[in-house]
Design a binder for this molecule. Structure first.
Ligand SMILES: [Zn+2]
Length: 444
């Protein structure tokens, strides 16, 4: 193969880091793999036709399983492989000899703790284009194929947990939330069902969602990831792509079944990841306060007979990444006149090229997976989020913004800038000189 030389120099580098026994295993596996590299970029190089995926078909039998296995290239009926952004780590693990490429997961006892019942939205054309609704219960949906030995893997997993959050404890102590032994326990923990969802893109539907040609979408995805997946342009027979991007997690307070009942009160927050605030409590933005306020209200809703849903998307820094985000923070705080609400969006655009790369177009897919038809209380200021949800056919009754007392001082710049830009608010909208006077902390 043309790339043998580069593989051997990579091996030399990895060899220096590996213990002797791992080096030996790796040597065997690498030489074995070199002899079996098959370029999958042309359909006529496969010995059998893969199982067809009829996206949005009514039954799993007609729909067909999503098979992104790397253990048998003949079975594959998608572009990319399982694991979202972790596919590269898995490849590294295989390269280092730690992970057997032929591994087939033992799925005994991994089934969901609660079921998401099939919804009409699952078979409505283009209602869901970025999630495989059948990906959570593959043993039920694709049992026959599994018995035949196909390496089908779940793209959704559902489990249970208890959350311990300082803000929830405080809410109980301040009397905003009650310990009921069911949703909120004596130790202030909150019972929750967690749903992890990997991205599965149906390319014709994704293209229609963005109003572009499928061929253009494939070409740009191929070209602008540095030529990562040639099959995007050579295998137009493969309509499904498992992109190497972050997953989504849904946290449900109450019954999963109630999410699809429009008569049961639903409180919902769709939250985009902000590691600095969500995890570390950085006070330049309102992300963690929004998240924990959303959780608190979701729990309160469950306690009065409703259901709460928090959806957490891995779209750090408006999907521009943390490096870009921190560059923007510096640019904002070092500009003439200091960090100001009046120039908040402008500085992001100067550094990143766009104000926001999150593209909320896919976000409602998760809601449609659960069969959501009506949201009684939507915790969000974002018009992009509201428009995407409303435009996808889900009714939103109330839009709620965060109480003023929960906004950190340094985050006033973000908050006032968003209100001035037209984000939803029940409060006053500042402009002109008043907006310019909303300043953040200096870099000291
Ligand atoms: Zn944030």
């Amino acid at each position: 193969m043309a790339n043998c030389k580069s593989m051997s120099s990579n091996s030399a580098f990895i060899n220096r880091l590996m213990p002797q026994n791992v080096r030996e295993t790796m040597k065997k596996q690498t030489s074995k793999r070199n002899a079996h590299i098959v370029l999958t970029s042309h359909v006529n190089q496969l010995s059998q036709k893969p199982i067809e995926i009829n996206w949005a078909a009514k039954s799993p039998k007609k729909r067909g399983p999503v098979i992104g296995t790397i253990s048998n290239s003949n079975e594959r009926n998608v572009i990319g492989s399982h694991g979202g952004s972790y596919t590269v780590y898995r490849a590294l693990s295989i390269a280092s000899g730690h992970f057997p490429k032929e591994h087939k997961p033992d799925l005994e006892n991994t089934q969901p703790t609660e079921l998401v019942k099939p919804q009409p939205s699952w078979s409505e054309q283009d209602k869901i284009v970025s999630v495989d609704p059948w990906g959570g219960e593959i043993s039920k949906a694709f049992g026959e194929h599994l018995k035949d030995g196909l390496n089908i893997q779940p793209t959704i997993a559902i489990t249970q947990a208890h959350l311990h959050l300082a803000e929830i404890k405080e809410a109980v102590q301040l009397g905003r939330l009650k310990v009921d032994g069911k949703f909120v326990k004596e130790d202030y923990s909150v019972r929750v069902t967690k749903v992890a969802i990997d991205p599965v893109w149906y390319l014709p539907g994704v293209a229609r969602r963005f109003g572009i040609e499928e061929s253009k979408l494939r070409e740009v995805l191929y070209t602008d990831t540095g030529g990562m997946y040639p099959e995007l342009v050579t295998r137009t027979d493969l309509k499904v792509f498992l992109p190497p991007i972050g997953s989504t997690t849904a946290y449900i307070f109450g019954s999963i079944d109630d999410l699809s009942n429009p008569d049961i009160e639903l409180t919902c927050r769709v939250h985009d990841e902000c590691n600095g605030s969500d995890v570390f409590g950085s006070d330049i933005c309102t992300c963690r306060p929004y998240l924990t306020w959303g959780i608190e209200d979701a729990v309160r809703t469950a306690q009065r007979g409703g259901v709460g849903l928090i959806v957490y998307f891995r779209k750090e820094g408006r999907a521009l990444g943390e490096v870009t985000k921190f560059l923007v923070y510096n640019a904002r705080k070092r500009q003439k006149g200091g960090d100001s609400a009046a120039t908040y969006f402008h500085r992001t655009e100067c550094v990143a090229g766009v104000q926001d790369a999150r593209f909320q177009e896919f976000m409602p897919d998760i809601l449609h997976y659960f069969g959501v038809k009506r949201i009684h209380n939507l915790h969000s200021m974002s018009n992009m989020k509201f428009d995407a949800i409303d435009g996808s056919g889900i009714e939103v009754i109330n839009r709620l913004s965060i109480p003023d007392e929960l906004i950190p001082t340094d985050a006033q710049v973000e908050m006032e800038a968003k209100k001035a830009a037209g984000y939803f608010t029940e409060g006053e909208i500042k402009s002109g000189e008043v907006l310019e006077k909303v300043k953040g902390r200096d870099l000291t």
